[in-house]
Design a binder for this molecule. Structure first.
Ligand code: HEC
Length: 121
């Protein structure tokens, strides 16, 4: 019994001391807080491409998406519309912490994973 309790305590301590992993739920909060939802809807084209389109273009390239959000990589979805509209919003994403950018990328990429999509509403 005492051994079990000790194991539980150990588990809780170890779990609590680990840094938080990327979390698409938190990424959704970052997405909304930065008003990205004004131009990006899950599956309806608005001023910007859909989250489905972005996630399919970046399939297997999440690291590249994170670098794009850091302002360190060129656009690949609609490069011709980048400078006129999207570039200004990288001002916001560059100011996020690396964890927030990972969460944001996970939220966006969840739109390309069947059954794992994090709903905006
Ligand atoms: C005023 C409208 C607008 C807002 C607000 C906006 N975007 Fe965009 N976004 C666009 C347009 C237009 C494109 C297409 C150009 C492009 O592909 O870069 C785009 C493209 C993108 C892409 C694809 C980049 C690529 O590789 O081409 C990502 C990722 C993205 N937006 C994320 C975001 C995030 C995250 C936010 C919030 C911080 C945001 N956008 C806010 C209009 C917007």
């Amino acid at each position: 019994m005492a051994k079990t309790s000790l194991l539980i305590i150990l588990f809780v301590l170890v779990a609590a001391s680990y840094p938080a992993y990327a979390d698409p739920g938190r990424g959704k909060e970052v997405f909304l807080a930065n008003k990205c939802d004004t131009c990006h809807y899950p599956d309806t084209v608005s001023l910007g491409p859909t989250l489905e389109k972005i996630s399919s273009t970046y399939k297997g390239k999440k690291a590249r998406l994170i670098r794009f959000l850091s302002g360190k990589e060129k656009p690949i979805v609609f490069p011709e519309k980048f400078e006129s509209v999207m570039e200004a919003y990288l001002g916001n994403t560059k100011l996020l912490t690396p964890e927030q950018r990972k969460d944001l990328a996970d939220f966006i990429m969840s739109h390309g994973e069947k059954g794992k999509r994090v709903r905006l509403k």
